[in-house]
Design a binder for this molecule. Structure first.
Ligand code: CIR
Length: 253
């Protein structure tokens, strides 16, 4: 169960965030509304929320998940592979220090972004992407092993981050799209397949028994409901325009 979340308000400069989505520029005011609703839903689900101020120097800083990995016993400040995002880690340190005593940092030449790290109980899956390299993943594995947490690397080619394409919904249920449907590393999971015309919905978020699903993806929504979950749909259009999924807007622990 999660007790806390950290989020950062979107900044006006988010319209210049990194994207390969080809969906046009986000509407900042709409993004603020969507973000506020996301935060309210996390609060309704029982989380204590730390809301950080917007930082206009970093267009992508709303995607706070990428700059830290929070485990029950320690936190790891990452080293984002995207040059324009690399210094975002400095913005997260204070709040992480308020919550954790044991804090580590991924060092160059290792790169790692939190969107590539999926937690499955005491097991971690780390995507090797354009943003996360083997050195960064190995550094994280070495840290996790000190706490008896195990981790595996997962190759990926089709999506930005591992969690763009897979979401663990607890109870051994794994929401998967595209290349992840066939990967043998996920064979022991009960896979819930996201249809190819709804791949954005592969990024859902389990919060204390409820699954947050992006609005507008009826087939995926039904599959998650049929798996027995209470769901809440959230408008995510302005973050989708920046390749941001449901999990990337918060750090949960
Ligand atoms: C980026 O390209 O870094 C941002 N525009 C989107 C980051 C999304 N983060 C995530 O899925 N964890």
């Amino acid at each position: 169960m999660f007790k806390n979340a950290i989020v950062r308000k979107p900044c006006p400069n988010m319209v210049n965030g990194i994207t390969e989505a080809n969906l046009g520029k986000p509407d900042y005011h709409k993004a603020l509304l969507q973000h506020a609703r996301y935060v309210n839903v996390l609060r309704q689900l029982g989380l204590k929320i730390n809301v950080l101020d917007a930082d206009n120097r970093f267009p992508d800083s709303v995607f706070v998940e990428d700059v830290a990995v929070c485990t029950p016993d320690c936190a790891v400040i990452t080293n984002p592979g995207a040059p324009s995002r690399n210094q975002e880690t400095n913005l997260i340190k204070d709040i992480i220090h308020k919550h954790y005593e044991q804090i580590y940092q991924i060092k160059p030449p290792g790169t790692l972004e939190g969107g590539d790290v999926m937690t499955v109980g005491s097991e971690y899956f780390i995507g090797l992407s354009y943003r996360t390299n083997e050195d960064g993943a190995q550094q994280l594995i070495d840290i996790l092993e000190r706490y008896n947490l195990s981790a595996h690397m997962v190759d990926l080619n089709e999506v930005l981050h591992l969690k763009t394409g897979v979401s663990y919904l607890e109870n051994n249920n794994l929401l998967v799209c595209g290349e992840f449907k066939e990967k043998s590393i996920f064979d022991s999971f009960n896979k819930i397949e996201v249809p190819d015309d709804e791949t954005y919905a592969a990024s859902c978020l389990w919060i204390n028994g409820t699954v947050l699903v992006p609005a507008g993806f009826a087939k995926t929504k039904k599959k998650v409901e049929d798996a027995g979950y209470a769901i809440i749909e959230l408008e995510m259009t302005e973050f989708e325009k920046l390749d941001g999924g449901m999990s990337c807007l918060s750090l949960r622990f």
